[in-house]
Design a protein around this ligand. Structure first.
Ligand code: ZN
Length: 405
């Protein structure tokens, strides 16, 4: 308490926020608490703050009665600078806007390039990360694209990760897919080793985000790379693990060793092939996959192409970041998963896997990224880096060029 009050006095010129008597899922449920926010940090989580001790301080109070608070969601796979183009130039998807994040209670995003490592560039993704940070959210990115060897900024995956603050890993590298460069086992090992060493040098995760395609035995390239090297399964972060029945069945086994990331935005368009992410979380847990291995990302702003048996494009849609919030709530309401379990797949687990040390928890000293839900699990209030961006269901903050939201 002493440190906290010292901090308050030191920064007295800034408006502070006190969230009173709210059910806190930090993400574990810790009961009804008061949460004090100053600048962009959580100053403390208290049983009850004596209001007289805060007299004279310019403080905004949020009443937490009959509400719940969880960490702001982390979406670790979004095509923030646009993607797609697989149906020709007119099918390129646009850049993500921050209102798309706020609609889903997302306060942290990790961008990636995707299929088009040929005409799109990492420079655009990097500048988009910088713009999102300037607009008030937290953002990082992966270097590389689907292709191997991957495009980079400094000429080497390891250098990008070690030396560029915004870059925390490489990906999405496509495996088991007709759009994959089909890297050999040695090429995959070498790429992963560069990412790992770059991560060690830069104090980052240095993880390899893998786009898992539709081919049979899709995890085989990762098994081969691990068996033929000193690499660990935890150096890989495979996504789209719910894209069809056989990959999802394989994921139930693979997940006992490595991470399993579920994609949320595509399910509504392909319900015949994909496993609904909210159900997939429960099925993975029932299969014995440790909770801390399970994550969910949106693949937002990615194009969602559908090909016929001859490889011709027959349908194209675009994913939305909000899908991770919808699936989180479905996991709680429809599947009966406790909120404190479901919420870890989009907060703490992601922060730990990607080594985002100030994210994913409601704990003193962490970044003030907070999502308040009403009793019907609707987004009541969203706080990103200490600033209120959604209040009483209304969006308060838009992107620089967003007129209509
Ligand atoms: Zn992908």
């Amino acid at each position: 308490m002493h440190i906290t009050y010292y901090y308050i006095k030191k920064h007295i010129i800034y408006i502070m926020i006190l969230i009173k008597q709210i059910e806190v899922f930090n993400p574990d449920f810790i009961g009804k608490k008061d949460i004090l926010i100053g600048l962009d940090k959580i100053l403390g989580v208290f049983n009850k703050i004596d209001m007289s001790s805060l007299s004279g301080i310019d403080i905004q109070i949020i009443d937490g009665d009959s509400k719940k608070i969880i960490p702001g969601l982390i979406d670790a796979h979004v095509h923030i600078a646009g993607a797609g183009g697989e149906g020709g130039p007119a099918t390129r998807t646009p850049e993500m806007q921050i209102s798309q994040m706020f609609a889903g209670g997302i306060t942290t995003v990790v961008g990636c390039l995707g299929t088009d490592g040929m005409t799109r560039s990492l420079y655009s993704v990097l500048m988009k990360v910088k713009s999102l940070r300037e607009e008030g959210v937290s953002a990082w990115m992966y270097t590389g694209s689907y292709q191997v060897p991957p495009p980079t900024i400094l000429g080497d995956v390891g250098k990008d990760i070690a030396m560029i603050d915004e870059i925390i890993g490489v990906g999405e590298i496509a495996l088991s897919d007709h759009r994959s460069s089909c890297p050999s086992t040695n090429e995959l090992i070498r790429l992963t080793e560069h990412a790992r060493v770059g991560g060690m040098l830069g104090g980052k995760a240095g993880i390899v985000n893998i786009h898992m395609g539709d081919a049979q035995n899709p995890f085989q390239p990762i098994y081969d790379a691990v068996n033929k090297s000193e690499l660990k399964y935890t150096q890989f972060f495979p996504t789209h693990c719910n894209r069809n029945e056989y990959i999802f069945n394989d994921a139930k086994e693979y997940g006992k060793k490595g991470y399993v990331d579920l994609t949320a935005s595509s399910y509504p368009y392909y319900p015949d092939y994909e496993t609904k992410p909210s159900k997939a979380i429960v099925e993975l847990l029932n299969a014995g996959v440790p909770l801390e291995h399970i994550t969910m990302t949106s693949d937002g702003n990615g194009s969602l192409p559908d090909f016929d048996e001859n490889g011709n494009l027959v349908k194209l849609e675009m994913g939305q970041p909000k899908s991770i919030f919808d699936e989180l709530i479905d996991a709680v309401i429809d599947e009966g998963l406790p909120l404190e379990i479901a919420v870890k797949t989009v907060t703490l687990n992601v922060a730990e896997i990607l080594k985002l040390k100030n994210k994913g928890q409601i704990v003193e000293g962490k970044d003030a990224d907070l999502l308040i839900l009403d009793k019907n699990f609707r987004i009541d209030t969203l706080i990103a880096r200490g600033k209120i961006v959604v209040k009483d269901y209304n969006l308060l903050k838009k992107g620089t060029y967003e007129k209509e939201v």
